[in-house]
Design a protein around this ligand. Structure first.
Ligand code: DC
Length: 222
């Protein structure tokens, strides 16, 4: 049985993080949330404007993100500091989306992401994993759901953390981010030709994971 590489791409709020983490857990694989890398960069910028490219280049020189699952939660460490909850605000979501559209940023983070995949046995989640970061992944999933369904999930998630949110505003932000992420010039959000399209609007988290694990087991046995 070989350890494979699994790429899970899709728009914001499709449930990629939970699905990827649980899939990795079921298979005994490591889990890499690449969105958290862009979010960490956005966070490290503080008040810096996304137009301030020289400052962003400087930040990238001393930029390291690592992960550790602690009691079922994927903790994100930025240069050794736990930024797990700080990177999950809507302000950081928007800023991460903007900074991720800068070509030199994607270039700088390319090698970092390739390294995580070196040894196989990995579930990597993002927007361009199947198309750019691991084009040779043994299994690629394009996970999606309707914007309303995604906004609803995000709302429940944020409310659980005590953040007050407006549903219509969330739908608007999700649509805006979809447009940002899929129309940018470099590495736009796009389904790889050989990816399995999985729309989970009508199924729950466990059912989604079951489907992916089934595909993975087939590929492991090939
Ligand atoms: O998956 P997320 O919401 O945590 O991602 C945050 C932002 O980072 C998202 O707007 C798009 C960007 N991103 C990207 O451009 N490429 C990736 N592989 C992952 C995320």
């Amino acid at each position: 049985m070989k350890k494979i590489r699994i790429a899970i791409d899709g728009p914001a709020g499709a449930g990629k993080s939970s699905v990827s983490r649980l899939t990795a857990e079921r298979l005994g694989y490591s889990y890499i949330d690449t969105g958290a890398i862009y979010r960490s960069l956005a966070f490290s910028m503080g008040g810096t404007d996304v137009e301030n490219h020289s400052k962003i280049r400087e930040l990238l020189k001393d930029f390291e993100v690592s992960f550790k699952i602690i009691e079922g939660v994927n903790h994100v460490f930025l240069n050794g500091n736990d930024v797990t909850s700080e990177i999950r605000t809507e302000a950081i979501s928007m800023k991460a989306s903007s900074v991720s559209a800068i070509p030199f940023v994607r270039e700088a983070l390319f090698n970092m992401q390739r390294k995580y995949a070196e040894n196989g046995g990995v579930v990597m989640e993002g927007r361009d994993i199947g198309t750019v970061i691991m084009p040779d992944a043994e299994l690629k999933i394009f996970l999606t759901a309707s914007p309303e369904k995604r906004a609803k999930r995000r709302m429940l998630e944020l409310e659980a953390k005590g953040q007050k949110v407006n549903f219509d505003e969330l739908v608007r932000e999700i649509r805006e981010r979809d447009i940002n992420d899929s129309t940018r010039a470099v590495s736009p959000l796009k389904q790889a030709d050989d990816a399995v399209l999985l729309d989970n609007s009508g199924i729950n988290l466990e059912q989604t994971v079951d489907i992916i694990v089934k595909y993975a087991k087939e590929r492991e046995a090939e």
